[in-house]
Design a binder for this molecule. Structure first.
Ligand code: A2P
Length: 341
C-alpha cells in the first residue's frame, strides 16, 4: 500500500499557496492529513481540499509537530524563520521562497532537470524551489546544454503580475478598470502604474545595477545546470499580464546545433511542449500556458549574428510550473523515493 503523509502548506491563502493545495488534490498526492497555515488574519477561514473544508490555522513554531512534509510559499522572511523550526520537528520543507536557494547545503530542484539533487535534503531538511523565471528557462535549456553545452545565455523576461502575489493581481485589475473609466488609477504595489505599462524592475535593485530577480536567474540557472562556467545576463520586466511569464532567450552553444535539431530534441523533452509553426501563426503565448504545467517553446531560429547561436521564446504558467506544481513534483519524488522506505 502507498504510504501517506501529513502535509502542511504554509502561505495556503496566497496566490501560490492556493495552487499548491489544488495541485496536491489534482496530482492525487498521498496526503493523510493536510494543515493549512497563514497569518493570524486568515486563521479560521475555510478552504476546500478533496471535497472537505479545512480551517486555516495561524503559522506558529508549534505548527509542524507530526507533519512529514511542509510546502512553503509565505515569503522569504517566513521561510527563513520557520523552515529550520519545521526541520527540527522532522518535517522536510519544500520552500518556494528565495530564502534558501543559494545555500550550498540546500538542493535547488527542477524535477525534469536535476531530480538527483533531492537526495541533499538530508543536510538541512530543506529543498528549495527555484524562481519562476528560472524554472521554465532550465526546463527548456537543460536538454540543449546536455547535448552541445551552453556557453552564454542572454535572457529578457516578460513577467506576469501574479508573481508578486494576490495584491498585484488586484492592482492590475483595478488600475485597468479605473483607466477605462477615465479615473485616476491607484498605486499600492508597484512604484509606477502597471496597467498599460511595462516596468523594467522586478525585486530590489542591487549595487551592480541589476535587479535581484535578474541575478536570481544568473545564480540559480548555474546551480541547477551544475555549471558555473555559463555566462548569463538578464533583463527582467513586469508586464500587464495576469498569468504566465514569457521569455526571449538567446543562447550561444559550444558545439553547433540547428534550429531543426533543437525543435526535435525539445519535442521529446520532459515538461516541454514545442509550439512552433510560424506559417500557422503558432507560437507560445501566455494565455495558452496559463492553467497548465507544460513549458511552451517556439520561435526557434538561428541567431545569424554569431556562429553557434539560437533564439527562442519560452512561456509557462508562473504560478503552476513556476511555483506550485514544481514544488508538489519535488514533494512527490521526496515522498516516493526517500520517505517511503
Ligand atoms: P495571509 O493571507 O494570512 O496574509 P501572496 O504571495 O499571494 O501575497 O500570499 C502570501 C501568503 O503568505 C499568504 O497566505 C499569507 O497569509 C502568507 N504569509 C505572509 N506572511 C506570513 C507570516 N508572517 N506568517 C504566516 N503566513 C504568512
Amino acid at each position: 500500500m502507498r504510504k501517506e503523509f501529513n502535509v502542511a502548506v504554509a502561505g495556503a491563502t496566497g496566490a501560490v499557496g492556493n495552487q499548491m493545495v489544488a495541485c496536491l488534490e489534482e496530482r492525487n498526492f498521498p496526503v493523510k492529513n493536510l494543515r493549512l497555515l497563514a497569518t493570524a488574519r486568515s486563521a479560521g477561514r475555510k478552504m476546500r481540499f478533496r471535497g472537505e473544508e479545512i480551517v486555516v490555522e495561524e503559522l506558529t513554531e508549534l505548527s509542524f509537530k507530526g507533519v512529514d512534509i511542509g510546502i512553503f510559499s509565505a515569503g522569504a522572511a517566513t521561510s527563513q524563520k520557520f523552515a529550520p523550526v519545521a526541520a527540527q520537528n522532522g518535517c522536510v520543507v519544500v520552500d518556494n521562497s528565495s530564502a534558501w536557494r543559494m545555500d550550498v547545503d540546500v538542493p535547488l530542484v527542477v524535477p525534469e532537470v536535476n531530480p538527483h539533487a533531492i537526495a541533499g535534503y538530508t543536510n538541512k531538511g530543506i529543498i528549495a524551489n527555484p524562481n519562476c523565471s528560472t524554472i521554465q528557462l532550465v526546463v527548456a535549456l537543460a536538454p540543449i546544454h546536455k547535448k552541445v553545452g551552453i556557453k552564454r545565455i542572454v535572457i529578457s523576461t516578460y513577467q506576469a503580475v501574479s508573481g508578486t502575489g494576490k495584491k498585484a493581481i488586484d492592482e492590475l485589475y483595478y488600475q485597468t478598470r479605473a483607466i477605462l473609466n477615465f479615473l485616476e488609477p491607484e498605486k499600492k504595489v508597484y512604484p509606477h502604474r502597471i496597467a498599460f505599462n511595462c516596468l523594467p524592475h522586478i525585486d530590489v535593485f542591487l549595487e551592480n545595477g541589476y535587479t535581484k530577480e535578474e541575478m536570481k536567474l544568473v545564480y540559480e540557472t548555474r546551480k541547477i545546470l551544475e555549471d558555473d562556467s555559463i555566462g548569463i545576463t538578464a533583463t527582467a520586466v513586469r508586464v500587464p499580464v495576469f498569468f504566465s511569464h514569457s521569455e526571449s532567450v538567446n543562447i550561444e552553444t559550444h558545439q553547433p546545433i540547428s534550429p531543426a535539431e533543437v525543435r526535435s530534441m525539445l519535442t521529446t523533452a520532459p515538461g516541454v511542449k514545442v509550439v512552433d509553426d510560424c506559417q500557422q501563426n503558432l507560437y507560445p503565448m501566455a494565455i495558452d500556458a496559463a492553467g497548465k504545467d507544460d513549458t511552451l517553446v517556439g520561435r526557434i531560429r538561428a541567431d545569424e549574428s554569431i556562429a553557434n547561436g539560437i533564439n527562442m521564446w519560452v512561456v509557462a504558467d508562473n504560478i503552476r510550473k513556476g511555483a506550485a506544481s514544481n514544488a508538489v513534483q519535488i514533494a512527490e519524488i521526496l515522498a516516493r523515493d526517500y520517505l517511503s522506505k
